[in-house]
Design a protein around this ligand. Structure first.
Ligand SMILES: Nc1ncnc2c1ncn2[C@@H]1O[C@H](COP(=O)(O)OP(=O)(O)O)[C@@H](O)[C@H]1O
Ligand SMILES: [Mg+2]
Length: 387
């Protein structure tokens, strides 16, 4: 029996770093090497792609921490239409100021003009260019950091929402500094389908050439280890067999790993046990699928028109119930047959579903769901079925 209630160490929340990070050691190691290696390293321009919940934001945060550990400064770029402005006007000036330390405040000069309120101008001695550009600002920061032997990491999350022209300015600036041998790295992360669309634009050549990291599911071994270690971190144990079941339920998908762990932990709290058992893990499986449906699938199906929904329901119906690790693929021919149409009548909707990232093409002529438990979600919610 547990003596005192322990806090749940699992974190089924988007953008929140897990207690134990599973399966990203080699990526982190490559990244650290890339920073230490020098401006010629291909790891200075990275493009992380992965579906929702695959751990992109968390990995970006880990990269930021790794960079900080090597004395680098991180600038976060936000994918809106004032991305460059925000960098130039606030993020970089703040970084420069932090380098100067708390003592050396920027000099303020006040001029009193009779009859008019006091005018305060900020005199920045390092500012030569009256209108600082991203390049000039980055150079200024990189030059200061060069003295310490460190550099600038720029991170950009939700790349798929970025403005192409803003991205072009950012990429050009980074390229400019790299050419002059400054220590700078750019890491962007986003949804695969959104990234592909973005990269079709001219002006994204640099990003297109970036080293592409496609986040894949965590291996069963790493996942089992994560369940064991996270539970221990929270002051309980997970039965080894229970950890295996949890790893299978969550199919290496990081959000599901946290969700499964969190619910199993809660079940053990209800049962007042300090070891999480196989029975408890099995008991929460349906709730895991339900929560995944509510949190991930339902929002992604909101905007999907009936024609596309019908295809999804047909896929769900046709794919046999099996292991969720490899969602079984369904041939487009079979879908068309079930829907009583010619296969080429589906091509527009099929393309839309691919663009939305809801389905993938595992091999020519076939479709499968991108995310685990979409099939279960659809079958469990027939009320949304258009026909
Ligand atoms: N490597 C990992 N190991 C364990 N849990 C992870 C890992 N990466 C992410 N998570 C967890 O998965 C969930 C989704 O992560 P997040 O980075 O927000 O995904 P994304 O940005 O790809 O949508 C969060 O609950 C997070 O704590
Ligand atoms: Mg994210």
């Amino acid at each position: 029996m547990a003596t005192q209630p322990a806090r749940n160490p699992f974190r089924p929340t988007f953008g929140v770093s897990p207690t134990i990070l599973a399966g990203r050691d080699s990526l982190l190691h490559s990244f650290r090497l890339g920073l230490a290696e020098g401006p010629g390293s291909p790891f200075r321009a990275l493009l992380i792609s992965g579906s929702r919940g695959m751990g992109k934001t968390v990995l970006l945060n880990e990269f930021e921490d790794a960079a900080a550990g090597q004395g680098w400064i991180t600038l976060r770029a936000y994918p809106d239409d004032s991305m460059v402005r925000t960098l130039v006007d606030s993020a970089i000036p703040e970084a420069l100021q932090s380098l100067d330390g708390p003592q050396s405040k920027r000099m303020l000069s006040s001029v009193a003009i009779p009859g008019i309120a006091t005018v305060t101008a900020i005199a920045d001695p390092s500012k030569k260019d009256p209108i600082p550009t991203l390049v000039s600002r980055l150079r200024e920061l990189a030059t200061k950091l060069r003295n310490n032997g460190t550099g600038i990491l720029i991170t950009l999350d939700e790349l798929q929402s970025a403005d192409v022209s803003q991205l072009h300015i950012l990429a050009t600036a980074v390229q400019d500094l790299l050419r002059d041998d400054f220590d700078i790295a750019l890491v962007a992360a986003g949804l695969p389908e959104g990234i592909d669309r973005l990269l079709q634009h001219e002006g994204t050549t640099f990003i297109r050439r970036a080293e592409r990291i496609t986040l894949t599911p965590v291996s069963i071994t790493d996942s089992v280890q994560m369940f064991t270690d996270t539970t221990a971190e929270g002051g309980k144990q997970m039965d080894p067999e229970a950890a295996k079941i949890a790893a299978h339920i969550s199919v290496g998908y990081p959000y599901l790993m946290q969700l499964t762990g969190s619910l199993a932990w809660a079940q053990s709290a209800l049962d007042n046990t300090d070891t999480i058992t196989t029975t408890q893990v099995n008991h929460v499986r349906d709730e895991v699928i339900r929560r995944m449906g509510m949190q991930v699938h339902e929002p992604s199906l909101h905007q999907v028109p009936d024609g596309e929904l019908t295809i999804l329901y047909a896929m769900a119906q046709l794919s046999e119930q099996g292991s969720a690790m490899q969602d079984p693929m369904v041939s487009t021919g079979d879908i068309a047959q079930l829907m009583n149409v010619k296969p080429n009548a589906l091509s527009m909707q099929r393309k839309q579903l691919l663009t939305r990232g809801l389905v993938e093409v595992p091999k020519y002529g076939y479709l499968s769901f991108t995310l685990p438990y979409m099939r279960e979600h659809l079958l469990n919610n027939p009320q949304h079925r258009p026909i």
